[in-house]
Write a protein that binds this ligand. Structure first.
Ligand SMILES: Nc1ncnc2c1ncn2[C@@H]1O[C@H](COP(=O)(O)OP(=O)(O)OP(=O)(O)O)[C@@H](O)[C@H]1O
Ligand SMILES: [Mg+2]
Length: 614
């Protein structure tokens, strides 16, 4: 994983938490009246059920204390008031629950969508640097935790805090000291606990990061199930998992212990002390009036109810911080904007033709890596077909990624039809290019759907025609479910060559003016390849094409061949010219007997040529 959360500075965590709170607040703001109802109604219900009825009882006790002889008619209003308060309180609860459910579900829906949108906006490097499993867990957690946070707010915080206003007014009427003592004790507890909570937040963040590592490894192991089996790695994977679990357990223990031993050590005695002080204060202010009995009873009753929030502070905070820290694991990913982004004022993409020009391109994968391309220049004229050949790791696939703008370059320019590709929206650029990657991956959907990725609105007939041209129809029609066959995750139920043919069909269906084929037929037998070649050559007519291949027979019919090594062009020309030059290409050609590059072909010492096309 790219981000090492254990050493991440707290400021970053704070920023992530702020972002979560801002995003959650935005959701609550979308439905202001409902949200307000969700906060006020449970608090009102609590007042009506727990704070108002004791007042009725206190009045009654007061009358008993004055030894009045009370008839049933005298008592009735008290009973009615008591019952009325409880009933209205319960109605408030029921309405509150209806509102809470709605706000939470609408919020969840919006956040699930938002999480996916945020991920889709990321560039390819982001996905190469993060575990798929961990990303999935984080994205889902980000949305789901809204429910937990909102629950804590409306079920615990609001009913714990808002009634304090009511409590204050009532206690004030007996003696201001009663409320002074209560608020002072609540305030002191907060002041003592808050610094500890900040420290605990770090422990919780470390714990959540460990939980993501655990989930990430699990998903990685599962998606590599075949390798795990083939290399009998089950015990090793189980061992790594056990280590992750142990690490997660230890970190969880540390955060819980901190809660139990440090924070509760403060809240517990404060809770007890506040209640004792409350009784003492009530007795002290008892003073003159007959209201003294009421005062003592109400103080006792209110203190024990109001200080519950102190005792529950632990649980409330733990719930809240667990939820927010978990959500912050996703928000953390959003702190850095995508590396590849559309220009502020991206212009409409109207290239004059579909020529491709790389001029003095410099690129490296990471700041610590040496440059892969250091001043690469190349022009592919409109409708020309170029072949790209070279040793493994020479930068061929990287070049295709740069053309598609999966990464931005460090220097120089890439132009299509005279338009710099970073001046136009990425989607517009990619619509003009049909790309068949080296290792095409499939959605776990039907074959038809996988081909339709090229053009979602294509008719069934178009899909079949594309499959036909790609010579995929032959095998698809023999499958029991034909075009409706599900291909398995990443297309595992298809053979390598079948996957390639589906990917070619996809590109054919896309019908784009530029075609990039990266080893698109490498997994096919020579016979199948030859038949697809013919189809492809027809397809390539009028289009600009860059075809990468190790098998030279694949590219020999291209207009021009580029031989690349270590990010440099070392030879170029048509098949015949290159053979006549008797250089690297000629040597490669001689080494191949319809197969692949000979491993002993040395190209390191060859001098790069200045490309005549630029
Ligand atoms: N995502 C990445 N992060 C860092 N380095 C990378 C990344 N992808 C490729 N590289 C490195 O860049 C270099 C060029 O890789 P590239 O895939 O472009 O080679 P290639 O010419 O397509 O090779 P092959 O013929 O094997 O497909 C390699 O050294 C590779 O290790
Ligand atoms: Mg490659």
């Amino acid at each position: 994983m790219s981000t090492d959360t254990t050493t991440r500075p707290t400021t970053r965590l704070t920023a992530a938490i702020r972002l979560v709170l801002a995003r959650y607040y935005a959701q609550a703001r979308r439905m202001p009246f409902m949200t307000l109802g969700c906060i006020l109604l449970p608090a009102a219900a609590d007042i009506l059920s727990y704070y108002a009825p004791p007042l009725v009882v206190a009045r009654l006790l007061g009358r008993f204390a004055r030894s009045e002889s009370l008839t049933a008619t005298d008592l009735l209003p008290y009973v009615l008031a008591f019952a009325g308060l409880w009933i209205v309180g319960q109605i408030c609860w029921r309405v509150a629950v209806i509102l809470i459910t709605r706000v939470e579900i609408y919020g969840l829906e919006a956040l699930y969508i938002e999480a996916m949108d945020e991920l889709l906006a990321k560039d390819l490097a982001f996905f190469q640097n993060n575990y798929a499993g961990s990303l999935t867990k984080r994205a889902l957690g980000y949305a789901r935790r809204f429910e937990d946070v909102f629950d804590v707010l409306v079920f615990q915080i609001a009913p714990g805090v808002i009634p304090l206003a009511f409590v204050s007014v009532v206690l004030w009427s007996y003696s201001p000291w009663l409320i002074v003592v209560l608020l002072a004790m609540l305030g002191t507890t907060m002041a003592l606990v808050l610094p500890l909570i900040r420290r605990r937040q770090v422990l919780v963040d470390v714990r959540e990061a460990a939980s993501n590592t655990l989930a990430g490894h699990l998903a990685d192991s599962i998606s590599n199930a075949e390798v795990v089996r083939a290399f009998a790695r089950e015990p090793d994977e189980a061992h790594i998992h056990a280590l992750n679990v142990k690490d997660y357990g230890a970190k969880t223990m540390r955060s819980w212990d901190y809660q139990n031993f440090r924070i509760d050590m403060i809240t517990s005695p404060m809770f007890v002390a506040t209640n004792i002080l409350g009784l003492v204060a009530a007795l002290a202010v008892r003073g003159s009036s007959s209201a003294s009995l009421e005062a003592v009873f109400i103080t006792f009753s209110y203190y024990s109810t109001a200080t519950r929030v102190m005792w529950e502070f632990n649980r409330i905070y733990r719930g809240l911080e667990g939820a927010i820290t978990d959500a912050a694991q996703f928000a953390d990913l959003l702190l850095e904007p995508p590396v590849v982004s559309d220009a502020e004022e991206a212009q409409a993409f109207t290239p004059r033709d579909h020529s491709i020009t790389l001029s003095d391109v410099r690129f490296r994968y990471g700041p610590s890596q040496p440059p892969l391309f250091d001043g690469l220049s190349l022009t592919i004229p409109h409708a020309a077909k170029f072949g790209l050949v070279g040793r493994s790791g020479g930068g061929k696939t990287t070049l295709t990624r740069l053309l598609l703008r999966f990464s931005d370059i460090e220097g120089g320019q890439i132009l299509i039809g005279g338009v710099p590709i970073d001046a136009v929206p990425q989607s517009a650029l990619r619509k003009t290019i049909a790309f068949v990657p080296q290792d095409p991956s499939m959605f776990h959907r039907s074959i038809a759907d996988n081909i339709r990725v090229g053009r979602p609105e294509a008719s069934d007939a178009d899909v079949r025609r594309a499959a036909d041209l790609a010579h995929a129809a032959e095998f698809i029609e023999t499958l029991p479910d034909g075009y409706a066959t599900m291909v398995g995750e990443r297309g595992v139920k298809l053979s390598g060559g079948q996957r390639q043919r589906v990917a070619i069909a996809r590109a054919i269906l896309k019908d784009a003016p530029i075609l990039i084929l990266d080893e698109a037929t490498s997994s096919l037998d020579s016979e199948s390849e030859a038949s697809i070649q013919d189809a492809l050559l027809t397809l390539l007519k009028g289009r600009t094409a860059l075809v990468i291949a190790h098998r030279l027979s694949t590219v020999r019919r291209m207009d021009e061949l580029i031989i690349m090594d270590n990010g440099r062009i070392v030879e170029r020309g048509s098949h015949d010219t290159l053979l006549a030059m008797n250089g690297i290409y000629a040597a490669l050609w001689a080494h191949q007997s319809g197969g692949f590059l000979g491993s002993d072909v040395a190209t390191q010492n060859s001098e790069p040529v200045t490309s005549p096309g630029t």
